[in-house]
Design a protein around this ligand. Structure first.
Ligand SMILES: Cc1cc2nc3c(=O)[nH]c(=O)nc-3n(C[C@H](O)[C@H](O)[C@H](O)COP(=O)(O)O)c2cc1C
Length: 170
């Protein structure tokens, strides 16, 4: 699958079957995050892989948006390690973690794994439930798995603004 086909065919999967993703698929997804750029190459992101029944139950206690996915990634950044721009006004941690997550979610599509980006949670509750280090900020949760039989992309997926509405040439 070429890159444009990958990004065009990704959609948010909101109903999964029980089949677990393979180790090869998971490794490819994690590798896509590993090679992501970060400001000053600080690589302060952290990725937690949740697959155990206990971990999944903890995820379910903090978000209604797992949708049955058998694998969940939790992406955070270490706020003490993120590059802070001169003047101390801008911490690049959230950007870095978002780039990592984006590369991983597109890689998931490339290796045939369905996904959903989730931010419907209270970051502090996630940290507490998963016992994450205090200096880490939770940015997103990524559901990973395979769509349940009959699940189709929601209508929203096909609704994108034309470039004229979002791009200006200056
Ligand atoms: C930053 C972000 C946060 C999102 N949070 C949630 C969420 O908490 N729960 C959910 O079901 N979908 C969530 N989504 C999925 C969006 O609803 C979805 O991407 C959007 O409607 C477009 O549909 P598509 O991904 O199928 O193209 C999120 C997507 C993004 C980019």
């Amino acid at each position: 699958m070429d890159y444009m086909e990958t990004i065009r065919s990704r959609y948010s999967c909101k109903r999964y079957c029980d089949r677990q993703i393979s180790k090869e698929q998971l490794d490819a997804i994690l590798e896509a995050g590993r090679v992501a750029p970060t400001a000053k190459n600080t690589q302060e992101h952290r990725v937690y892989v949740v697959q155990s029944a206990e971990g999944i139950a903890k995820v379910d206690s903090v978000t209604p948006c797992r949708y049955g996915a058998p694998t969940v990634l939790v992406v955070t950044y270490d706020k003490t390690q993120a590059f802070v721009y001169p003047g101390n006004v801008y911490n690049s941690g959230a950007e870095d973690a978002t780039i990592v997550a984006t590369q991983m979610i597109l890689a998931a599509r490339a290796v045939g794994v369905d996904s959903c980006w989730v931010n419907r949670f209270n970051p502090d509750e996630v940290s507490k439930a998963l016992d994450l280090p205090e200096n880490e900020v939770v940015v997103m949760i990524m559901d990973l798995g395979f769509a349940a039989d009959g699940f189709e992309p929601l209508p929203n997926h096909f609704n994108r603004k034309p470039l004229e509405e979002t791009v200006r040439y200056i």
